[in-house]
Ligand binder design. Structure first.
Ligand code: 5GP
Ligand code: MN
Length: 312
């Protein structure tokens, strides 16, 4: 069920013990929005805790209050009166879903999130969930401290590719500018976010070596096998290196994470990759989406290239 921003704020005001979570394979927006909400809710006198059912990328570990994020242990239960899910629909939060039966409040910016069976405030024009959390802070009357601003700025910067993707609007820049007035230093956040280990850069070299072109140059793909993935874990930004190739309409990266478990990342210049991902049980945005293919790397390539071909 779709609700308004005001209704979402009312739900937060009424709650006392809030379990906050976001998607597995968390990114800057997922972690930035949960940590900002954690601080906002505590400032309102609520008891709140963040659980994420995954490892947190190293680049995000310097965010304020990062150390308070917990990963649920086997069968762990959490006493909450509200489950606040940010930056994803409830199907991508791993075992956090089993921690409580509390009603769900979902705040998200993904077009593929429809709110079937739970209360959802979705703003698909928002570049990041952090933009919506900023508006919630306004609605709730919470003070935006430097720590909160740092979390929100990080999420917005990350999801807009540092303010260069098509989701960057005047409002996005206005919010970011306001966050800077609270003391955020843009270049120090970019430097922190964009730093890579040597292993990651070698991984990027391996990925670029695997580059293949399809459909007369309209589609570019890269492949990382299980063997290659043993040396590093983050592939953040890899796909951006090939989405810029002249004439490319869709770029993809297939990462073999385990046997018959391939993660797919897609980017486009207009082709609706969210629908392609949704057909495989994934989702995202029109120009940036992802899904999982439960098959071998070779088979995943065949299936995906065919699906992209149909969408071109
Ligand atoms: P990325 O390639 O940056 O991991 O993902 C691009 C976009 O697609 C992000 O907004 C991300 O949340 C979304 N996305 C990626 N994988 C999945 C998936 O398996 N399911 C859903 N629903 N969304 C995904
Ligand atoms: Mn996001």
């Amino acid at each position: 069920m779709l609700i308004t921003l005001k209704e979402a704020a009312t739900k937060l005001q009424a709650a006392n013990k809030i379990l906050i979570t976001a998607h597995i394979q968390p990114d800057g927006d997922a972690i930035g929005s949960t940590l900002a909400m954690l601080q906002m809710l505590r400032a309102m006198g609520k008891s709140a805790q963040v659980f994420i059912d995954d490892n947190i990328p190293k680049n995000l570990q310097s965010l304020p209050h990062f150390e308070e994020i917990r990963r649920p242990t086997e069968g762990e239960h959490f006493d909450a009166d509200l489950l606040l899910i940010l930056d994803t629909s409830p199907d991508r939060i791993g075992n956090v879903r089993k921690m409580t039966d509390a009603p769900i409040l979902n705040v998200d910016h993904h077009v593929t999130n429809k709110g079937d069976g739970y209360k959802l405030y979705v703003e698909s024009k928002a570049a990041a969930t952090c933009e919506i959390v900023f508006k919630l802070a306004r609605e709730l009357g919470t003070t935006i401290t430097l720590d909160i601003a740092t979390c929100l700025y990080t999420g917005i910067a990350r999801d807009t590719g540092f303010f260069k993707f098509s989701n960057t609007r005047a409002e996005t820049l206005a919010i970011a500018a306001e966050l800077v007035t609270y003391g955020v230093i843009p270049n120090s956040i970019s430097e922190q976010m964009e730093s890579k280990s040597l292993a990651e850069v070698i991984g990027l070299r391996d990925a670029l070596n695997s580059l293949k072109m399809f459909y007369g140059g309209k589609v570019a793909g890269m492949f990382l096998s299980l063997e290659m993935m043993k040396k590093f874990d983050s592939t953040e930004g890899f796909i951006d290196e090939i989405r810029v190739i002249e004439g490319v309409e869709v770029a993809f990266l297939i990462i073999e994470k385990a046997e018959k478990f391939c993660r797919v990342r897609m980017r486009s210049r207009g082709v609706d990759v969210a629908s392609i991902a949704a057909n495989f049980g994934g989702g995202g945005h029109i120009r940036a989406a992802g899904c999982t293919l439960y098959t071998t790397l070779d088979e995943a390539e065949k299936i995906l290239v065919e699906a992209i071909g149909k969408a071109l």
